[in-house]
Design a protein around this ligand. Structure first.
Ligand SMILES: NC(=O)c1ccc[n+]([C@@H]2O[C@H](COP(=O)([O-])OP(=O)(O)OC[C@H]3O[C@@H](n4cnc5c(N)ncnc54)[C@H](O)[C@@H]3O)[C@@H](O)[C@H]2O)c1
Length: 320
């Protein structure tokens, strides 16, 4: 496969690129290297990827369609893995335009590229568990209604799914949407709770927890996702457009996350407990039977094991 991978310097993009390259595919990575979090981490991920001969990189903002086309047009791209996005829920309260720019305009430009390329067989794109809104129940099924986004981030991800559906109907572009559930692991995102807690606990600083016994997340280890990505990319859906949950299907409370980080760091945290924050949802819980049926998706990594691997990487151990 010749794969256009957007968000290649990002957390999931980096892991996906490594897996696809190690399986012998060509990966053309694009990323704007924005400064939402430490750019040196994005650069470090890219340095690893550049050790593969079949990796090519272009620093491009996908919301600029001319720059995108100039970088990747005419390269015989057969598959797209579209992961570039403005992520995070809380940042959207202060920076709403960044979300529409990257997640709506950027997504449209990827669809337009696919439409006019003449070579793209399948476009796989990242959606999010946040599309399910603030629900106490679960597990969430792909056919559930998704009409109550609790944040602008969630609204743009629902928007992305709708753009995808319209382009499939209008132009027959085969697509698969992946609703990721709180993905974590080595090389992870410094804006996410597990990374922030590790940083603070290692420095002996207090951690702030928002409704830690009420909050539950379906924490999903990155390798469990990456394991099925090559198969998903190679399988354009017969229906034209399918959406899958990719989650661990075993939610843990925020307090259990703290305990896993404390265990891996070998230190207890001083905790400041506050109420729930605006935009946050209380619970995420994936039903993954569709991904299991179609791709053999079967997450194997429990939270304490995955967090121990993350903390190992954080401490400079030479695991991936
Ligand atoms: N990590 C999770 O828990 C999670 C959960 C649900 C959904 N997702 C989705 O998965 C995808 C990957 O997330 P991630 O955790 O790797 O995030 P990330 O922030 O590490 O990666 C996203 C990458 O996209 C790049 N980017 C942002 N705007 C861009 C633009 N306009 N043009 C080009 N590049 C741009 C960023 O520089 C970044 O490197 C995103 O679409 C995200 O919304 C992630």
């Amino acid at each position: 496969m010749i794969i256009l991978l957007t968000g290649a310097a990002g957390f999931i993009g980096f892991h996906a690129a490594r897996r696809l390259l190690s399986e012998g595919h060509k990966v053309i990575g694009v990323d704007s290297l924005n400064d939402y979090y430490d750019v040196s981490l994005k650069q470090a991920r890219l340095s690893e990827l550049k050790t593969y001969k079949a990796f090519e990189f272009h620093q491009v903002d996908i919301s600029d369609h001319e720059a995108l086309d100039a970088a990747v047009k005419g390269k015989g791209i057969t598959q797209i893995l579209h992961l570039a996005a403005q992520a995070g829920v809380r940042y959207s309260l202060d920076n709403p335009r960044a979300y529409v720019q990257a997640n709506v305009m950027g997504h449209l430009n990827i669809l337009e590229f696919a439409r006019h390329s003449g070579t793209v067989e399948h476009l796989t794109y990242a959606s999010s568990s946040s599309v399910y809104g603030d629900r106490e129940d679960g597990p969430f099924v792909e056919t559930d209604k998704v009409r109550s986004p609790a944040s602008l981030y969630a609204a743009t991800k629902i928007g992305g799914e709708m753009l995808a559906e319209s382009y499939q109907r209008l132009y027959g572009i085969s697509q698969t949407g992946l609703r990721f559930f709180t993905v974590y692991g080595p090389w992870g995102r410094p804006d996410m709770a597990y990374y922030i807690f590790t940083n603070k606990i290692m420095k002996g600083e207090a951690i702030t927890l928002f409704a830690p016994d009420e909050m539950r997340r379906d924490f999903t280890y990155v390798d469990d996702i990456v394991d099925v990505l090559p198969k998903i990319l190679a399988s354009p859906p017969k229906s034209g457009h399918e959406i899958y949950n990719l989650g661990n299907s075993k939610p843990n409370t925020l307090m259990q996350l703290v305990e896993a980080v404390e265990g891996a760091c070998g230190k207890k945290a001083e905790k400041i407990i506050l109420g729930k924050q605006k935009g946050d949802v209380s619970n995420t819980f994936a039903n993954v039977s569709a991904a299991e049926r179609d791709f053999g998706f079967s997450p194997k990594t429990d939270l304490s094991e995955g967090i121990a691997r993350f903390v190992g990487w954080y401490n400079g151990e030479s695991l991936s």
